[in-house]
Design a protein around this ligand. Sequence first.
Ligand SMILES: [Zn+2]
Length: 219
Amino acid sequence: MKAVILMLGMMAVTMTDAHAFGSARSSAVDAAPTPVPTTPVVVTPPNTDVGTGGLRVVINSAKNFNDTQAAHLEASRDLLERIVNSEEFKQRVLHFSYQGQETFVQNNGLSNLQVYNKILEAAEQLPSPTEANRVIDLSVQLYTSSYFGRNVVGYTSPDTPTIYMNTYFYNGATPGESASNMMHEWMHKLGFDHDYNSTARRPYSVPYAIGDIVDQMGN
Ligand SMILES: [Zn+2]
């Protein structure tokens, strides 16, 4: 019986480690046959601070990317993953202020800590609610706008998981700028919104503010 508990403990450690690192993660967690306990095993949650780390950024699909654009996408994904797992990101979110108060605007009634925890849980709500899996799931597609739409960095809509990114901006962007763009649009997938027009409060909305934090840390 002791051996079974030890093995389960080791598996938990392996899985934690797999989540804690960037793109070089193992998919071999399933390799060992799972022991079947004959009596219920009580698993005590690890008594560790799970406030940072363990969040993955995964590109589930990328359409219209050439090799250069795909390399930039991977650099942006990797950077975003390192930023959102950092203590600095956590502190910036927890202490984000609007008019002297530690709060976001258009925050869906959530405190800064609750917003941060929403990010960590990564349970996308749009286009349909998903489980909290600690994976920032991204589907991205490049498009080339008309000349008049060239100042639109990117956009998405509630009825699709896809984040559309404009080549006018994308092709000249730094990884930090693209990471910021993807994070802004992904915050919409969590269910946060902002004023459509350029209001005074819009920069303090959750999507804009979180996107700006990523931009500042990534550039
Ligand atoms: Zn937006």
